[in-house]
Design a protein around this ligand. Sequence first.
Ligand code: PEP
Ligand code: MG
Length: 561
Amino acid sequence: MKTINVKRTSSKGVVMGKAYVVTRPDLSADHSMIPESAVEAEVSRYEAAIEAAKADLAVLAESNAIFGAHLELVQDPTLYDGVIEKIRDEKKNAELALEETVDMFAAIFAGMDDEYMRERGADMKDVGKRLMCKLKGVEDNALGNIHEKVIVVAKDLAPSDTAVMNLDYVMGFITQEGGVTSHVSIMARNLGLPALVGVEGILDEVSTGDYIAMDAKKGTIIVDPDEETKAEYTVKMEAFIQREKELAEIALLPAETKDGKTVELFANVGNIEDIKNALPHHVDGIGLFRTEFLYMENDHFPTEEEQFAVYKEAAELLEGREVIIRTLDIGGDKELSYFDFGQEDNPFLGYRAIRICLDREDVFKTQLRALLRASAYGNIRIMYPMIISLEELDRANELLETCKSELRAEGKAFNEDIVVGMMIETPASVVLAEELAKKVGFFSIGTNDLTQYTLAVDRGNKKIANMYNSFHPAVLRNIKRTIDAGHAAGIKVGMCGEFASDPRALKILLGFGLDEFSMSAGAVSEVKAELRSSNYAEAKELADKVAKCAYIRDIEALLNE
Ligand code: PEP
Ligand code: MG
């Protein structure tokens, strides 16, 4: 038995089960040619790989139909002929022949208009990978291969990884890299899964099949627990379930302090599934719909119709409550398989979010049109990310006006009074908040980025994770300044960064006058419980004191009082 403690945590939940360690072997082919004398041996090697892949797939196909399709594909004569021709005629080794043939077929499929055929391209790539593993004699323990309940352990996970794994089988995540506001961490929270990120050395401690117990809130991982610990964790799991029941009751009560100050408690979501998970928490609205997940789950830029269907459903599910939908915020740590961002030394300071949208007007307008059309079906608000200047805001609004004119001319319905707001997540936007506030309907403070950009501390860098601190006086003053500027202009100010659900921050934010707190749905009831036991007058006093502190330690001291 071995215990690992993690200092910074951001989710909750207690789980026990088998570990599944994700490994990603190098599957690239060697580009050297083979002599004529080696041709037959290469053909045999390829045929053996097919037989081995067939054997695996036959077993997998019993529980999942998709592998039935893969089983057919792996025996497909066109694929076979393509590879063999390259070995025999072009003297390519089996790996290279396979790589080139699969790439060629996958590209043909990907270029087809038909959705079904495009998906076959992805299947072709999967089958290619499986054959390559057999040829190279390596195991690809990738996320798509999970077929039983496990706790996923990985060096790092990208948000797009959730698209390939079967979430019915994933009980929790542990990653070696990443910070608590990295997107994998946020995604785990949205899914309501316990997660621990940035766990140093976890890959040296855990292998696939090891039994582990984990308490996400406390930040404890126990590898190979003894019977006593298992019993203790069983009790903990029951207590957790009991607390969740209590919170479900609190969810039905109003979000107000003891002295009657109410705020809005909203949910952050990444897709329709998240919205459906959020509704039972009785949220007042959606404060951040991260639309990039819609783009990441696809193999092409989603069309206007595809997006319209999703936004319309979101609006309808909320039945008149606000749904703040953020326009595409890609780049940084969020990549698209079908869009080349180019190599960047500092992706978080690079081609990202609104910058891409203003550069790729076609992509941006497609989204704006879909959002406008969906606004006819509910209370949709549009929100721009990463704004640093009035010019950017003006340009985004100009494009929005163009889209409105187009839709009017086409006779397509939309809400003429749609409210448009922006995120405050750069120091530049805080400094310009007074002027920006006059041009938008609301602000939402993105503390995940505002903290990293104010402090110049990468939100995903484990090495400096202890410096990433939203209680830093500079961050808190930026928050206060934004709220004051918003209120001076008569607009609502919300927060959709992770700081909004930090129980230690609640009183300060309340005292600063924050109107809306948006967070992963699973945190809403905890925050509501905290809010209902707070006093607004006291919170204001505390916030006034905090705003005057210049030392981090003085703020810490006030929090600990
Ligand atoms: C933020 O930066 O606080 C935010 C909510 O946006 P994201 O985490 O998606 O960058
Ligand atoms: Mg952000």
